[in-house]
Design a protein around this ligand. Structure first.
Ligand code: ADP
Length: 489
């Protein structure tokens, strides 16, 4: 399929109670291709009343969906997995058009997204319980798991498909109905996913999707309504805090996957080539637009010059361009605001004494190219005071900082309000375990630059969030434990 056919083929309306419906008064908003700045199409712009209708559909469908057998829910997820896999090419193109990532990365994301469905198809069959004798012997405890109830799911633009399946997989597996709201920048992948779920046999109302420009205006009344029992959110820490407060009113269960500020530590005994490859993976996946992106790269002072030289050489050789073009490795950033943020963070670091090894505005510039492109950039000597030491860069910029001792680098790595992931490169086993244990994050990549895996528990500590997605524990976030006490006199 070509670009316009792929865009035309997607439903652009709201998906409520198993039907495609227009937003109130036919309102729409535009979706923009970040590689050209041009409008791709318009999609329905939900009003608060549309959001309410979606949640009411989820509430109405909940009792029956909770009664479906684990096997039915597992089969549904496997059917959706198969459709995602069969349609990888068109779905990848759609994602590249709305989000910008190069086609090979988009294909990788569809495969990754599909894996969440396959993983949770298995977990649906393994929801367990227990049977226990009371300590006094006079009673038995029957412990069972039940779906939490209707869920509100909010996803970001950087992984438009995988962040959807990572929430919908466990929600469906657990027997929870939901309303999902994708980011306004990338609604098309989620709308395509609704078509896939419908094709896989999703019962009406079990998943509903609202696309909206005014996320807060639509979601806040739903959170405060008391009709939903849970919120699962992936996005910024700023918005996560607001949502956590809103959830307090009706005491909703919450899962929050928020921002990161990942340290990437290279010790003097590391294999430098492996570390450079790891840094490129951790930095350049998704153009650096990932909460897991290496945000602060600490390199031992004895190897920082060599590491910087090799990293700059490889980063500088990456091909930047429109994600649909062959051989492109780095696509555009999501929008003007994203580009502006990266520009100002680099200017701030350089103003505070950092040196540009490759890239930067001056070296490559944005030229006359349309779209929100920023060149792969390596900075060295980035001081602690630089704004990028505290803020997510969300762009293809690798800031290097030297260190001399293990204690010093662990302290520096933990000197942040975030705690999502850390990367550690060393060949010393004891040091690797010591550092992995002392780092305040939910995940550690040891001699590897990518940790995401549907079968592993993904999540952060500190202000990077609450709860875990994926792994065997991912489904627990969507289950309540009920204990039934049985008298045995
Ligand atoms: P980013 O900075 O990566 O865009 P956000 O946290 O702003 O991250 O957005 C992540 C998701 O949260 C998107 O779907 C967005 O529409 C939604 N969102 C943003 N603000 C709010 C809000 N006040 N209430 C509910 N959802 C919101």
């Amino acid at each position: 399929m070509d670009e316009s056919t792929v865009v035309e083929a997607v439903e652009k309306r709201l998906f409520i109670d198993g039907k495609w419906v227009d937003a109130t008064r036919g309102a729409t908003f535009d979706v923009v291709d970040p590689s050209t700045g041009k409008v791709l199409c318009a999609v329905a712009d939900a009003s608060p009343a549309d959001g309410r209708a979606a949640l009411e559909a989820a509430v109405a469908a909940q009792p029956e969906f909770a009664r479906t057998s684990p096997r039915e829910r597992s089969d549904l997820l496997m059917a959706a997995y198969q459709l995602l896999t069969d349609r990888v090419d068109e779905l990848a193109l759609l994602m590249t058009l709305e989000m910008g990532k190069p086609l090979p990365e988009a294909r990788g994301e569809i495969a990754y997204a599909a894996e969440f469905f396959r993983h949770f198809a298995g977990e649906a069959l393994r929801i367990d319980g227990g049977y226990q004798t009371a300590p006094a012997g006079n009673a038995r405890f029957l412990i069972t798991k039940q779906p939490v109830g209707p869920c509100l799911l909010i996803t970001p633009w950087n992984f438009p498909m995988a962040m959807g399946t990572r929430k919908l997989g466990p929600a469906i597996a657990a027997g929870c109905t939901s309303v999902i709201k994708p980011a306004h920048q990338t609604p098309l992948s989620m709308l395509a996913l609704m078509g896939i779920l419908a094709g896989a046999g999703l019962p009406a109302g079990a998943v509903n999707c609202v696309t909206a420009m005014d996320a807060g205006g639509v979601m806040e009344p739903l959170i405060r309504s008391g009709l939903a029992r849970k919120l699962s959110f992936t996005g910024s820490t700023r918005v996560g805090r607001i949502l956590l407060e809103q959830c307090a009113e009706k005491v909703l269960r919450t899962s929050l996957e928020l921002g990161g500020n990942a340290p990437f530590i290279v010790f003097e005994d590391a294999d430098l080539d492996e570390a450079v490859t790891g840094a490129i993976a951790a930095k350049m996946r998704n153009m650096g637009e990932a909460c897991t992106a290496a945000n602060r790269i600490f390199v031992h002072e004895s190897v920082i010059d060599e590491f910087g030289r090799r990293l700059a050489e490889r980063m500088g050789a990456l091909t930047v361009g429109r994600g649909t073009e062959p051989d492109v490795q780095v696509g555009p950033l999501i929008d003007e605001a994203g580009l502006e943020k990266v520009r100002s963070l680099v200017a701030d670091a350089v103003g505070r004494g950092a040196t540009v090894l490759t890239g930067g505005e001056v070296a490559s510039g944005n030229g006359s190219r349309q779209g929100y492109f920023y060149p792969p950039t390596v900075l060295t000597g980035v001081p602690r005071e630089a704004a990028m030491a505290d803020q997510e860069i969300f762009g293809p910029v690798a800031p290097l900082t030297p260190f001399s001792t293990e204690d010093e680098v662990v302290r520096a790595a933990n000197d942040t309000e975030y705690g999502l992931v850390a990367y550690v490169f060393t060949n010393d086993l004891r040091r690797a375990l010591r550092v992995a244990e002392s780092i305040e994050t939910g995940m550690v990549g040891l001699n590897q630059g990518i940790v995401s895996n549907p079968a592993a528990p993904f999540g952060g500590v500190k202000q990077s969030g609450l709860g875990r997605e994926g792994g065997a524990v991912g489904i627990e976030e969507f289950l309540e434990t009920k204990y039934i006490g049985i008298a045995m006199n």
